[in-house]
Design a protein around this ligand. Structure first.
Ligand SMILES: [Zn+2]
Length: 401
């Protein structure tokens, strides 16, 4: 990854040194008459777009797709058909635009946003980069860039142009001035569309808070590295907000909730499976967040506490499991988790009664039944260490960690 880091810092240096050059803003009419250098860049972007699609990196969910596109079209009606939004299957909090109008929002970010006004903030900012031709300006800021990018593209197309745009020029990656330009156009469009402008500030504030909360995880999450940029976005929108003296406006909360529900549930599961426990806990320990995810949020929160094993986590896991079982007494996952926890804490009676309950549940999958029998065996062995364990030498899955 070293050469890429080098490329990134070089790109940034070039970008910062090229502010003096004046560029006309792109209009939809100009798109068919681009100069060869820019049209080549568009062609490369299209290739990167195809790579993402072929590799199955985008989420193919028609209603979700239609929704994010509709939000973008509402913000930039004259750009319909050129600004195309897609959702990338990726847990990081990021979004990026390619110079040809292909805008990507990562599923991790989309799942964490709270309403349509926040989504519109992200999309309108990214579209701003397209209209200000920041990608082209970045490319033009050094003669050798095309060669460098071209070389990397040969080695790995995804690390090539895509790398440049996801890592250098994503939601937080262009130069300070470029980012502010994108913020300004975003703010204007949000305002024209009647969105609550305070949500623009809130979007970045929320992400910055979460970045801080997970800064000690190892390895530090991508979002933390971009933290100063998040604060800059927050400040920049705050300044625009003060200037406009804006209050009120539309949130589009229900529309957003409905369109993104599937995504949120998947994201929760993905975070859990990838052992991103602290991120999951940071997001889900807030009641108002949990309510947007349904009962599974309490379940995964409990699981995350149980498996993270920091001081105080066991108690918190226990109360989250109880919350799930209060709402759904037959929730097998919660019974399994709580049985595991009780076993670990030496509460053998409780473990055994939970395991018996699992075995009496119908219908019961083979896997759940097997788990219950195995752990029951271990409980009995622990109670009576002199007796020879008959089955179960294997540790149940969740306890392995
Ligand atoms: Zn940006």
């Amino acid at each position: 990854m070293k050469p890429q880091l080098c490329l990134v810092s070089t790109l940034l240096a070039w970008a910062l040194s090229s502010q003096a050059h004046a560029y006309e803003l792109l209009t939809p009419e100009m798109v068919t008459k681009l100069v060869p250098a820019e049209s080549n860049l568009w062609f490369e972007a299209e290739r990167a777009e195809n790579v993402l699609k072929e590799q199955g990196r985008t989420i193919e969910n028609a209603p979700l797709q239609a929704y994010v596109q509709q939000v973008m079209d509402g913000l930039y009606p004259e750009w319909k058909g050129i600004l195309r939004v897609q959702v990338i299957d990726d847990p990081v909090y990021n979004a990026f635009a390619m110079p040809n109008g292909a805008v990507y929002i990562h599923s991790g970010l989309l799942a964490r946003l709270e309403n349509e006004a926040q989504l519109a903030t992200v999309l309108s900012h990214e579209a701003g980069h397209v209209i200000y031709r920041h990608g082209y300006r970045l490319r033009n800021s050094a003669d050798g860039l095309a060669v460098v990018t071209g070389l990397v593209t040969v080695i790995n197309p995804l690390v090539g142009l895509l790398g440049v745009f996801t890592q250098t020029a994503g939601l937080y990656g262009f130069s300070r001035d470029n980012e502010r330009e994108a913020d300004r156009v975003a703010f204007q469009r949000l305002s024209q569309n009647g969105y609550d402008l305070r949500e623009a500030t809130r979007t970045f504030q929320m992400l910055a808070e979460e970045a801080l909360a997970v800064k000690d995880t190892n390895p530090p999450p991508y979002v933390f590295a971009t933290h100063p940029k998040l604060e800059e976005r927050e400040d920049s929108f705050k300044a625009l907000l003060v200037a406009k003296n804006a209050q009120g406006g539309e949130l589009g909360k229900e529309r957003f909730e409905q369109a993104t529900r599937v995504l949120r549930q998947t994201q929760l599961k993905n975070d859990f499976q990838a052992a991103r426990y602290t991120q999951l806990i940071t997001a889900m320990s807030k009641v108002e967040n949990r309510s947007r995810y349904g009962i599974e949020a309490d379940f995964y929160l409990a699981e995350a506490y149980r498996l993270r094993k920091q001081s105080g986590d066991s108690g918190l896991a226990r109360s989250s499991y109880s919350e799930v079982l209060k709402q759904q007494p037959q929730h097998i996952g919660a019974m399994r988790g709580l049985a595991n926890l009780s076993y670990r804490e030496g509460k053998l009676d409780e473990a055994s009664s939970l395991l018996e309950s699992i075995l009496q549940t119908t219908p019961l999958s083979e896997a759940d039944a097997g788990f219950a029998r195995q752990l029951l065996n271990k409980v009995n062995t622990k109670r009576n260490p002199d007796a020879v364990a008959t089955v179960a030498s294997a540790t149940p899955q969740e306890e392995k960690k």
